[in-house]
Design a protein around this ligand. Sequence first.
Ligand code: ADP
Ligand code: MG
Ligand code: MG
Length: 251
Amino acid sequence: MATLEIHDLHVSVEVENGTKEILSGVDLTVKQGETHAIMGPNGSGKSTLAYSLAGHPKYTVTGGTVTLDGENVLEMSVDERARAGLFLAMQYPVEVPGVSVSNFLRTSATAIRGEAPKLRTWVKEVKGAMERLNMDPAFAERNVNEGFSGGEKKRHEILQLELLKPKVAILDETDSGLDVDALRTVSEGVNRVRETGETGTLLITHYTRILRYITPDHVHVFARGRIAESGGPELADKLEAEGYEAYTKEA
Ligand code: ADP
Ligand code: MG
Ligand code: MG
């Protein structure tokens, strides 16, 4: 059973007048098959956690550990993290000019599986996954993220998730900017991946809306750079009713 373990993670960024600590001791364990929601106010450091796990060069880890099955994730390059089974869907995905969705997916799958998927079965796999996500087949020939609408970006993320079958997936605000239909389609995709039992999911979100479609096993409140409280799905109901105010006050 694959396990992502984050222990006492501290992360800083360079700012004009020095460095600023954004993550101040994050502790979290995500096992294959589990779904965790991280919820918190804007600016609490949720995206910073996602970027740090992705190995974004702007974010400097100043303390703590991150391991996947005991392997030190923090020492891995971005590519190595993906090959080790970490999948990160970013809140602001980048454009990849000149690379089609179809090529991008096949290259990623080849890197992660260690061999190129057989073309015949691969084409079928992609077609099936796109149909399930209500995606136009022509989408496969478009350049990655170039001119994608918000909904298309999110569907593309879930398409990657379904095809790449990571051990642990980190989805940062996959729900933001989606209309109700897109939200349902994207949530169904996440639930399909979940049902395989092969992927642990860390669903980072500001809103409780997506949790009407995806019931997490664990809910964590993120505030001021760390997890302030953890609980079951009922914690999301409490947040919906009471908001984050109780967590954002200075200690
Ligand atoms: P969230 O995703 O919870 O809204 P972020 O991780 O995006 O929060 O941001 C947390 C805090 O860190 C904010 O105050 C933000 O301005 C700051 N921050 C994030 N990234 C950077 C950066 N690259 N440079 C400077 N400040 C940053
Ligand atoms: Mg934000
Ligand atoms: Mg964010």
